[in-house]
Every structure is written in structure tokens, then in C-alpha cells.
Design a protein around this ligand. Structure first.
Ligand SMILES: C[S@@+](CC[C@H](N)C(=O)[O-])C[C@H]1O[C@@H](n2cnc3c(N)ncnc32)[C@H](O)[C@@H]1O
Length: 251
């Protein structure tokens, strides 16, 4: 099994400091608005990293968040920097949610997790575990980098080399701009749409829908509001090209 690079202290610390404004605006915010206002008891955040999304999810919904990651370092960062009365952080081993009973979780998310897994059978196992614990009728949302815009530079990151064709599951370097002059280099994998769709179906999910959010989806007034809220206006290719892919699937 390839070692998870997020177990490395330096990588976990750099990821913790990365300004995820782009992921927020074109990814996480859509997850928060999907879950807020719904009466859901518990949401699973699989591969929660340092807890940036779990904390915001707890702040923007009434749900309890079960946030798991296989990196002890990430869970330590999450517990120290992003504790919240409604979030329980824990280390997951062998992709198994063994302490969670089937049909008990009201919603699940996995943000930027599958691109970090080189084994399709592992991904299939995680999807099957998530399916097992979800209540019938509840939603699983996957957010990942968009395989169809590999090689295109975005304002805060670039995934893969420009103009290179990547094969199924091929390794790919992702560069995140952490601060001026400092880049975080991640090693992830190129999974085309069919990998997500086939494995979600195999796990038993229905109504699989995919979206590709871009900045031009927003009105001028909304963009002004985003600029004010995030103190950020350095947008580039994400105005018209989607940096991320979002799947929603129902058990
Ligand atoms: C890029 S980080 C994203 C963290 C968080 N979801 C976010 O959006 O900020 C990916 C995380 O997924 C975790 N991860 C990757 N593969 C995993 C697996 N098979 N089981 C559990 N966690 C995993 C890594 O340890 C890392 O913390």
C-alpha cells in the first residue's frame, strides 16, 4: 500500500496553512448550503484532514460531524485548532468504519480524498463503507480536482503538467500555492469521471449527478460579496474553467 503523504508532519502543516478560498467558493460552500436547513443528525466527513471543512460544517448546520482521517497528524491538528462541541475527530484504519453501525449516518462528504488514493480497489472499499453507514435516501457528496482540467493553472493551484495527457489512475503532481514563494507539492492520481461513476454504482448509489462549478456561475453582486467575505480577488482561469468536480449520489 502506498503511504499516505499526509502522515508527514511538514506536508500536514503546509496543507493546514494553505488558503482554500477557491475550494470554499467553488466547492465547500455548495456542500454547506446543501446540508444547512436540513434536519440531519450526523454527517460523516471522510478524510477530514485538519478539520477545516468539518468545523465550518458544524458552524453552518445543526448536525453532529463525525470526522475521520487515516493521518494521526491531521487528526491532532484538527483537535488542537478546530475543536467544536458538535465535531468528533478520529483516526480511521484500513478504510474501515468498524465502529459505525449501518444505516445510521444522515449524509457524507469526501473532499479531495480519492485523488490521493492510487488503488481503485481501496476507493471502491471506502465508497462501499460509506454506503453501508448511510441511512437510505441520504446523500454522499464527493469533491475532487476536475480530471478534465488537469494541466490548467488556477489562481491557487495547478494539477498536472500543461498539455500532458494522463492515463487512468496515473500519478500526477499537484502544486498548491501556500504563501508567496512557498509551494506545497502533492502527489496524487488522475481519475477520470468513469472511475467515480462506476464505483459509486458498484457500491449501490443511485441518482449520481455531477457538476462543474465556475466563477461565472455567480452574478456580479454575488462576486462583490465573495470578494468582501474572503478578501480575495485574484481569480484567473476559474472564471470560466472548473477547477473542481462535484458528485452527488443517493443511497
Ligand atoms: C487533501 S486532504 C483534504 C482534507 C479535507 N477533506 C479538506 O478538504 O480540507 C486529503 C486528506 O485525505 C486523507 N486520506 C487520504 N486517503 C485516505 C484514506 N484512504 N482513508 C482516510 N483518509 C484518507 C489524507 O490523510 C488527508 O488528510
Amino acid at each position: 500500500m502506498i503511504e499516505n503523504m499526509f502522515k508527514n508532519n511538514k506536508i500536514a502543516d503546509q496543507f493546514n496553512r494553505y488558503n482554500d478560498v477557491l475550494e470554499q467558493v467553488l466547492g465547500y460552500d455548495k456542500i454547506f448550503s446543501f446540508f444547512s436547513g436540513k434536519s440531519i443528525d450526523t454527517i460523516l466527513d471522510y478524510g477530514c484532514g485538519p478539520g477545516k471543512v468539518s468545523l465550518r460544517l458544524a458552524q453552518q448546520t445543526n448536525a453532529h460531524i463525525l470526522a475521520v482521517d487515516e493521518s494521526q497528524k491531521m487528526i491532532n491538528l484538527a483537535k488542537t485548532e478546530r475543536s467544536h462541541k458538535n465535531v468528533v475527530y478520529g483516526v480511521v484504519e484500513n478504510d474501515s468504519l468498524k465502529d459505525v453501525q449501518e444505516n445510521t449516518i444522515g449524509g457524507a462528504i469526501a473532499c479531495y480524498v480519492f485523488i490521493n488514493n492510487h488503488s481503485e480497489s481501496r476507493i471502491q472499499h471506502i465508497m462501499a463503507e460509506i454506503y453501508r453507514v448511510l441511512q437510505p435516501g441520504s446523500c454522499f457528496i464527493i469533491l475532487d480536482t476536475n480530471p478534465n482540467t488537469t494541466g490548467i493553472p488556477f489562481s491557487t493551484f495547478q494539477n498536472g503538467v500543461t498539455s500532458k495527457h494522463y492515463g487512468y489512475g496515473e500519478s500526477r503532481v499537484e502544486t498548491l500555492h501556500v504563501s508567496q514563494g512557498e509551494n506545497l507539492i502533492l502527489h496524487d492520481f488522475h481519475w477520470p469521471n468513469r472511475m467515480y461513476e462506476n464505483n459509486l454504482k458498484k457500491a449501490g448509489f443511485l441518482n449520481i449527478q455531477v457538476t462543474y462549478p465556475v466563477l461565472s456561475d455567480f452574478t456580479t453582486a454575488q462576486l462583490k460579496e465573495i470578494k468582501k467575505r474572503y478578501h480575495y480577488n485574484g481569480w484567473t482561469n476559474e472564471k470560466t474553467k472548473a477547477p473542481f468536480i462535484m458528485y452527488q449520489a443517493i443511497k
